[in-house]
Design a protein around this ligand. Sequence first.
Ligand code: AMP
Length: 220
Amino acid sequence: MRLILIGPPGVGKGTQAQRLAEHLGIPQVATGDMLRVHVRDKTDLGKQAQSYMNKGQLVPDDVILAMAEARLREPDAAGGFILDGFPRTVPQGVGLGVILKRLDVTLDAIVAITVKQDVILTRLVARRSCVQCGAVYNLVVKPPKTMGVCDACGGAELIQREDDRPETIRKRFAVYQEQTFPLLAYYRPTGLLREVAGGGTVDEIFNNIVAALPGKPDQD
Ligand code: AMP
């Protein structure tokens, strides 16, 4: 299955993409996570991307498209993938179309998760991630078992992402409205777009997404 997951920052896209990847046995391709690894490792790409990311702006399309194509050419993506956070602009959607043609594959669904801005602000301000392994928590809806300690690796440094500060969140939401939301109109004519309400619990949203997928695989 080849899927795109679209949604505003903080809608729970990453969490859902991870669960879907496990459920469907295909990799999650998250451009934000890939960029954060570059930033952490201080690669040239990371240095180029960092200033955009810290300001809540989008990294240029050509940089993202090159990174995404390289990832989609890796063997584990041959049988399918979940795109999380990509494409993020209409030109990226067009570029993805070109990449998929080169790979001789087609998309099965585009899932758009929708939610109100105030819900998102509350969620993102409470988001923390582990410095050591990148695992993501939410102090309100998904806290670690022991406060301040990562469940996954035991790391004791759970930090707020630089771009999860309230003023940057507002900027990222505005960027979503202006640059990413138009992708829904771009994909609507394909008949592959599925819009899913993102206001419930992680399990509810997951079940709604699975129910919206073509072929309706078994829910868990
Ligand atoms: P995310 O983890 O998906 O919220 O992404 C964090 C940041 O990485 C975004 O605010 C952008 O600066 C950058 N980024 C991630 N994916 C893309 C993309 N597809 N296009 C442009 N910038 C991106």
